[in-house]
Ligand binder design. Structure first.
Ligand code: ADP
Ligand code: MG
Length: 259
């Protein structure tokens, strides 16, 4: 279970990216974080594993308060947090299988990863994930021979190698054609349900949020404006985040009075 309490982030530049966000994610739940560009979705996800250091507030994952961990413990906890990004960072000259196996980095001794001497059990596990994400017929191909959707699938299989207890996905389909994007979101949802993994997925597309989440958290100007089961999200809720009724409070330009 993930619990976010009073999370806030103000960047050095004075940009208030998150203010007082509270959120609880339990197992078996895909939560869409929905909002316009700049509403704080990425910052929220990145504060969870402290790729961005929160200014205040706490993040508690399965009883561990991530926000108070030292570097070494943080590294360990991060291996249990699967991240999926918009563009997948694969090693192009490596095979699909080897790319998936690098997901054990941080769990496996580094020498095994660089020398590609993985235990048989890990290779079997990697093949199983390749099968589950639908890329088993491509395992021997070099990563640079894959399409965008296939690359995203490899990235997902690589994430599963970490045996994560939660998945954070930041606009995982934004770089894909709509049809492929829907397939990839469908896959993420299926995996989440099969493995009882909570998923937080940042999206700016209402259609994706509505079709693939159990709950939608609407974000605007860094604040949570609604948090509803997906079936109960109304047009009024959506209007709140999409209708540009006022300027971002913290970034309103200082008007200099011209003489
Ligand atoms: P989203 O993912 O919803 O597009 P972000 O979380 O990326 O939104 O950004 C939220 C706000 O924080 C934006 O106004 C953005 O400009 C600002 N921001 C994000 N990252 C940084 C950073 N590293 N330094 C300064 N401001 C940032
Ligand atoms: Mg973002």
């Amino acid at each position: 279970m993930l619990e976010i309490r009073n999370l806030a982030k103000t960047f050095g530049s004075g940009e208030r990216a998150l203010s007082d966000v509270n959120l609880v994610a339990s197992k078996d739940e895909v939560i869409a974080i929905l909002g316009l560009s700049g509403s704080g979705k990425s910052t929220l996800l990145r504060c969870i594993n402290r790729l961005v250091e929160p200014t205040t507030g706490s993040v508690i994952l399965n009883g561990t308060e991530i926000t108070s961990l030292g570097k070494r413990q943080l590294r360990q906890v991060r291996t249990g947090i699967g991240m999926i990004f918009q563009s997948v960072n694969l090693v192009d000259r490596l095979s699909v299988l080897d790319n998936v196996l690098t997901g054990t980095l941080g769990v496996m001794p580094t020498w095994r990863v660089v020398t590609k001497q993985f235990p048989k059990s890990e290779v079997e596990r990697a093949l199983e994930y390749c099968e589950r994400v639908g890329i088993i017929e491509h395992v021997e191909k070099r990563a640079d021979q894959l399409s965008g959707g296939q690359r995203q699938r490899v990235g997902i299989a690589r994430t599963l190698m970490q045996s994560p207890s939660i998945i954070l996905a930041d606009e995982p389909t934004s770089a894909l054609d709509p049809k492929i994007g829907y397939e990839v979101m469908g896959l993420i949802r299926t995996l989440a349900m099969e493995d009882s993994l909570p998923v937080l997925v940042a999206v700016h597309d209402t259609g994706i949020a509505k079709n693939f989440s159990d709950r939608i958290v609407g974000m605007k100007f860094g604040a949570k404006v609604f948090d509803q089961p997906t079936g109960l999200v109304s047009q009024d809720d959506l209007d709140q985040i999409y209708v540009d009724d006022n300027e971002r409070p913290s970034s309103r330009p200082q008007q200099l009075e011209s003489a």
